[in-house]
Design a protein around this ligand. Sequence first.
Ligand SMILES: Cc1cc2nc3c(=O)[nH]c(=O)nc-3n(C[C@H](O)[C@H](O)[C@H](O)COP(=O)(O)O)c2cc1C
Length: 335
Amino acid sequence: MSSVIKLRGKGVSRIINSKVILSPLSGVTDKIFRKLVRKWAPDSLLFTEMINATSLKNGYGTQKVQQIELEEGPIGVQIFDNRPFAVSEAAKLAEDSGAFLIDINMGCPVKKISKKGGGSALINDRLLAVELVKRVSKAVKIPVTVKTRLGWENKEENIEEFLISLQESGAAMITLHGRTRKEGFSGKSDWNMIGRIKKLLEIPLIANGDIKNPNDALNCFKVTNADGLMIGRGILGSPWKIGEIDYAIKELKGFKEPNIEEKLLLIIEHLDELTKEKGNHGLLLARKHISWTCKNFQGASNLRNKLVRAIDIKEVKALIKNTIKTLNNDQKILD
Ligand SMILES: Cc1cc2nc3c(=O)[nH]c(=O)nc-3n(C[C@H](O)[C@H](O)[C@H](O)COP(=O)(O)O)c2cc1C
């Protein structure tokens, strides 16, 4: 199996040296989190959180794409909005900041976004969706891609025809989450349907939904024959997971999952970076990451409860250092 994704839109030819992609995850995949993921995944395409086209023009959104060119490896910027001019302008700003590609969000089920015609609402406004891809592809030189779902209400909405029209409009790659908008996160991602759709497209199709570990990844490839995989919830608390899955796909041996001490030190590293950037607010932002990472070892739940209640970074560090002292040699870094 090849270990690269070849983007193949109109006039576009670019290679990503890994078949595993980090999902755009709102509230998670900021530049600090991406830096952690990158330690284990040098080749993968990583995404920003979804960014509203208008906010990219003012302070908040701009911060999210600033200095992407200084980050290692390819970074995709995901934009949500339904106004072709606004998305094109935002795409140009993201391109100037060093984005590897622009992804248009056509899958987000959140009401606040779909009510205004963005995200998954574009599945129902196919002419506008096609117009968006055409206009943004003209506005930038980098590839334009789409992330969407299997349908709005149900799977009988001829999503295949929709995806083919996006391909004809210039989309260089499509990511398909194997659920409808109505399903949200319920049920299972329909890899069989993704596999059927894969056969109809010429551009790369990325399978998404319920891929959490190397086993899932290899199974998903078998079922879908997709050109790549996108990992969302599997990365929460496990920033090494993209790298681990990439290792398995490339049939490399010897991936070393961080041991307990390394996971605890990762919490400190993440917290340090967040507070450097955001001051005390960094501690609040770190809490969800702490809860996701501090699990699956003896005493984890007790420690987690204390860590998320800690009032400052000093207390977090003291709690973690005291825990590390109690670990046995198998759980520690020995070199
Ligand atoms: C916390 C969270 C934030 C998300 N934010 C985005 C987003 O900004 N853009 C997007 O296209 N999808 C977003 N998603 C959806 C994921 O990218 C992905 O499609 C979905 O979680 C299914 O993949 P998974 O089973 O690997 O999690 C989000 C999902 C979660 C759980």
